[in-house]
Write a protein that binds this ligand. Structure first.
Ligand SMILES: NC(=O)C1=CN([C@@H]2O[C@H](COP(=O)(O)OP(=O)(O)OC[C@H]3O[C@@H](n4cnc5c(N)ncnc54)[C@H](OP(=O)(O)O)[C@@H]3O)[C@@H](O)[C@H]2O)C=CC1
Ligand SMILES: N=C(CCC(=O)O)C(=O)O
Length: 444
């Protein structure tokens, strides 16, 4: 395989999907050497079958707002690859959602899920509907309308969606209720459910906790302690909140968080009490992070991202391509020692090069943020057993899975000079398991 030729071919076939091409290009560029050790892969045209999703489901969602207006949004589910398990991946409700974004997320999900060692294929879905500024009743009616179409295409052993941007416990619960109504079936067809109806303990915390567990593994390779380090976090939603929680628990000082309007900078660090305020502000009041700055009299920067503040560690936990080349140069100049991705593909290719040329510890989301889907997989196991495991049991399994992912990244990503290229390690480790399963299952 020549990665450049394959990517050029995909660019011609899918000219308006830059994020999908970006994700594919990064994986192909790092697995090419390993791929070419297996001529049987090329003979089976494995790479094209691996890059292009099994199927894309696209539908209209009509719903009625509180003023009685009939609204229309687009709904999608990209079922990318199910050779190692049922399709598995989140649902994103955000005005920026389009097919190209979901194809990038579903592609990344396939390799991320492979890394967890759990039997889960890759998928992603969602809508250009945004819950921001909508009433609970409007969110409920949209979720019901969305599920009234999606339910035909999912199932506990077929495709199991979950949360992502704009889809939290509230949205998952509304969709779960509608699925049951339509099918008369109680089954684990969504993860991130409430613990009263089959949800797993630790699932809300899992992505953020898992990223910090992975970060600690990375720091340990250089004998660095997270305690006392200054940390930049972006986002203030599910992933960011529990990233901050685990950082506080381990003695790090988180000085920023953000939303799509701007970021706050708190030089004294976000304490447990301040994090409780953020959780109330974001999860209950559905307010803006600017209100934190007003309450605690700290700096708020409108329309900017936190990456130009000085810190030891950066944990991007908002959205894709939020760290560009300029931001990466500023982080390195300010002495950052580690960047670990809580979000999916938050670092541009140019920025990744800056980090890797500077030999800092840098991990892609498919490795570092896999804790969320891993605990979703554990939720599926508990649902299959009709059992609920304790917080301690789930957290211990999460910790072990993140340690295993790190070991595989080191195994496949260590360069001759000893630098650990986590992008290469994660992509090769995730790819090999899927590729071998695809070869075994024939041309389908
Ligand atoms: N939830 C999960 O299980 C997992 C999520 N992820 C990834 O983590 C990231 C965050 O997801 P999650 O915390 O679940 O989502 P939430 O909706 O809970 O939070 C998203 C946060 O990011 C901000 N944000 C969203 N879009 C943008 C944007 N275009 N520019 C700036 N800020 C933005 C939001 O601000 P605002 O409030 O203004 O919208 C909010 O603070 C995403 O990349 C997601 O794909 C990865 C693994 C698992
Ligand atoms: N949004 C998620 C979580 C997916 C899941 O828990 O199925 C992700 O891994 O990007």
């Amino acid at each position: 395989m020549n990665a450049v030729q394959v990517v050029e071919n995909l660019k011609q076939r899918f000219p308006n999907e830059p994020e999908y091409i970006q994700a594919v290009s990064q994986v192909l560029g790092t697995i090419e050497e390993e791929y070419n050790k297996h001529p049987e892969f090329d003979k089976a045209n494995l790479i094209e079958r691996l890059c292009i999703p099994d199927r894309v489901i696209e539908f209209r969602v009509s719903w009625v707002d509180d003023k009685g207006n009939v609204r229309t949004n687009m709904g999608y589910r990209v079922q990318h690859n199910n050779v190692i398990g049922p399709y598995k991946g989140g649902l994103r409700f955000h005005q920026s959602v389009n097919l190209g974004i979901l194809k990038f997320l579903a592609f990344e999900q396939t390799f991320k899920n492979s890394l967890t060692t759990l039997p889960m294929g890759g998928a992603k879905g969602g809508s250009d509907f945004s819950p921001r500024g909508k009433s609970d009743a409007e969110v409920m009616r949209f979720c019901q309308a969305f599920m009234s179409e999606l339910y035909r295409h999912i199932g506990a052993d077929v495709d199991v969606p979950a949360g992502d941007i704009g889809v939290g416990g509230r949205e998952v619960a509304y969709m779960f209720g509608m699925y049951k109504k339509l099918t008369h079936e109680w089954s684990g067809i969504l993860t991130g459910k409430g613990i009263q109806f089959g949800g797993s303990l630790i699932r809300p915390e899992a992505t953020g906790y898992g990223n910090v567990y992975f970060l600690v593994n990375m720091l340990n390779t250089r004998g660095i302690d997270i305690k006392g380090k200054t940390v930049l976090v972006s986002g203030s939603g599910n992933v960011a909140q529990y990233t901050i929680e685990k950082c506080i628990e381990l003695g790090a000082k988180v000085v920023t968080c953000s939303d799509s309007d701007g970021y706050i900078y708190d030089p004294d660090g976000i304490t447990r009490e301040k994090l409780d305020y953020i959780m109330e502000l974001k999860n209950i009041e559905r307010g803006r992070i600017r209100e934190y700055a007003e309450k605690y009299n700290v700096k708020y920067v409108e329309g900017a991202k936190p990456w130009f503040e000085k810190a030891d560690i950066a944990l991007p936990s908002a959205t894709q391509n939020e760290i560009n080349e300029e931001a990466a140069k500023a982080l390195v100049a300010n002495g950052v020692i580690a960047v670990s991705e809580g979000a999916n593909m938050p670092t541009t290719p140019e920025a990744i090069k800056i980090f890797q040329d500077a030999k800092i510890l840098y991990s892609p989301g498919k490795a570092a943020n896999a804790g969320g889907v891993a605990v979703s997989g554990l939720e599926m196991s508990q649902n299959s057993e009709r059992l609920s495991w304790s917080r301690e049991e789930v957290d211990a399994k999460l910790h072990s899975i993140m340690n295993n992912i790190h070991e595989n990244c080191v195994k496949y990503g260590t360069e001759p000079d000893g630098y650990i290229n986590y992008v290469k390690g994660a992509n090769i480790a995730g790819f090999l398991k899927v590729a071998k399963a695809m070869m075994a299952q024939g041309i389908v």
